[in-house]
Design a protein around this ligand. Structure first.
Ligand code: ADP
Length: 159
């Protein structure tokens, strides 16, 4: 039984995240999407809202579940019998930081990190860019699932 984790803040989940999650779900027995509860940066959505959106958009995958985590991802991996962390790599600029983090996690806890190259359709996509464009009236449909777009529009209108 190979269980992997896709960690992140998912504020909110985008089609880029979903692409990695669904491809990881095809390759492994179980995928846990681990949502970082306390963000250093302030988040637009609460952890519970981010989790609700993720559950909604991953419900067609029977082997994907969504959980909260706080602290170190390696501790989450130990506690949940997770073999590897799966991350999406968008561009060379992601690489330095991700490689360091992967080596640190292996050094600290023997947890492996698997990198998947992003779908080129979503290589430019990040939650922060989606929020920034949506906030100033940009059209982000096609970049996030429909249920997320609805919530995002509502949240930004109430700001
Ligand atoms: P963080 O808060 O760590 O930046 P995010 O919630 O933005 O995390 O993203 C979580 C993970 O999802 C990233 O570390 C990356 O591996 C992956 N990811 C984010 N955006 C994309 C994308 N457009 N394509 C592929 N993978 C992505």
């Amino acid at each position: 039984m190979i269980r992997v984790v896709c960690p992140g803040s998912f504020d909110p989940v985008t089609n880029g995240h979903l692409d990695i999650i669904s491809r990881a779900a095809k390759l492994h027995d179980e995928v846990i999407v681990a949502v970082l509860r306390n963000l250093a940066k302030s988040s637009l959505f609460t952890a519970d809202e981010r989790i609700e959106m993720l559950r909604e958009v991953t419900k067609e995958h029977a082997n994907v579940r969504v959980a909260k985590f706080n602290g170190l991802i390696v501790d989450f991996c130990r506690a949940n019998d997770v073999s590897a962390i799966v991350k999406g790599l968008r561009a060379v600029s992601d690489f330095d930081y991700e490689m360091q983090m992967a080596q640190m996690n292996y050094n600290q806890a023997g947890v492996e990190t698997l990198f998947m190259t992003t779908n080129p359709l979503y290589a430019f996509l990040s939650s922060s860019l989606v929020k920034e464009f949506a906030r100033y009236g940009g059209d982000v449909s096609g970049l996030v699932p429909e249920s997320v777009l609805r919530r995002l529009t509502e949240r930004l209108a109430s700001e």
